[in-house]
Design a protein around this ligand. Structure first.
Ligand code: NDP
Length: 304
């Protein structure tokens, strides 16, 4: 049978490119999880994804109700779930004031982190049940959340601090809209949300990998961030890597060129593959922080 993959935010950019690339292999059915149904349909048509290779399902990650409804609709569809790609994101670097999700969480962390956190948890059992040989949950990270890289050191830097804002609900009323409790900064909120994505995958791996057989990983467009536990080359990454790379650089970057680029930011290559691993920053690989972020998030999304 074909594999079934859910891709959030498949209506544009990386998500759409990935949907197209996976559909073109003939081995995947894509569930495009999108907030704008019509836009998603048009996007699928515009890149020529065959009708039989995709289904659009409504998902607004800025609303827990919508996320629960999506999970329910998917489960009723009786499709097995073999891979979940959490790709959607909002990035509001120029916003002067924070915006909020339906439940009142600052929008970038609310959508990119809390939304995907809830979605992943609701679909974990479905992934667990899959008989696919390589079932996986992938979150698209960002280099900008990683302070041990050049790009990650452009201010404002990601910093989750002691999580006081997150624990307070990021609502801008009785708590700061920022995870570390500081003043609102849209660019930082996005970077923080990406650090949460990376921490979530590490904690999920620790908690659920053995029991479920699911591989958890975060991936950068152009490079793969793993905990080092996923050193072997993973087939889905091989599929995902070229479209990501192509989209990001607006032109295919040869392996040689990428190698050069990689060195300048201290990325290391996985010798026998076209992707490479990256060391995560101290904060993004701190197991204690990963545990705390997940515990606090569980409460916020109503799972604890
Ligand atoms: P786009 O803005 O092109 O795509 C973002 C997608 O997320 C869109 O499909 C958008 O939907 C969707 N989305 C936003 N909010 C919601 C929501 N509330 N519910 C459901 N879907 C939502 O961005 P990219 O393709 O560039 O980004 C994709 C991923 O790659 C992100 O995780 C980003 O952080 C990451 N990334 C991107 C980089 C880049 O340079 N582009 C660099 C590093 C990481 P809609 O079409 O309706 O707006």
């Amino acid at each position: 049978r074909k594999g079934n993959v859910i891709i959030t935010g498949a209506s544009s950019g990386l998500g759409l490119a990935t949907a197209k690339a996976l559909a073109d292999t003939g081995k995947w059915h894509i569930v495009m999880a999108c907030r704008n149904f019509l836009k998603a349909e048009r996007a699928a048509k515009s890149v020529g994804i065959d009708r039989e290779n995709y289904t659009v399902m409504h998902l607004d990650l800025a609303s827990f109700d919508s996320i629960r409804q999506f999970a329910d609709t998917f489960q009723r569809s009786d499709r097995p779930l073999d891979a979940l790609v959490c790709n959607a994101a909002v990035y509001l670097p120029t916003a002067k004031d924070p915006s909020y999700t339906a439940e009142g969480f600052e929008l970038s962390v609310g959508t990119n982190h809390l939304g995907h956190f809830l979605l992943s948890r609701l679909l974990l059992d479905d992934l667990k049940k899959s008989d696919y040989p390589s079932k996986r949950l992938i979150i698209v990270g960002s280099i900008t959340g990683n302070t041990n890289t050049l790009a990650g050191n452009v201010p404002p830097k990601a910093n989750l601090g002691d999580l006081r804002g997150l624990a307070g609900g990021l609502n801008g009323l009785n708590s700061s809209p920022m995870i570390d409790g500081g003043e609102f900064d849209g660019a930082k909120a996005y970077k923080d949300s990406k650090v949460c994505n990376m921490l979530t995958m590490q904690e999920f791996h620790r908690r659920y990998h053995e029991e479920t057989g699911i591989t958890f990983a975060s991936l950068y467009p152009g490079c793969i961030a793993t905990t080092g536990l996923f050193r072997e080359h993973i087939p889905l990454f091989r599929l995902l890597f070229p479209p990501f790379q192509k989209y990001i650089t607006k032109g295919y970057v040869s392996e040689e060129e990428s190698r050069k680029k990689a060195r300048t930011v201290y990325w290391s290559w996985n010798k026998n593959s076209s992707s490479f691993e990256n060391q995560l920053s101290k904060e993004a690989s701190d197991p204690e922080k990963a545990r705390k972020v997940c515990e606090v998030s569980e409460k916020l999304v109503g799972l604890a």
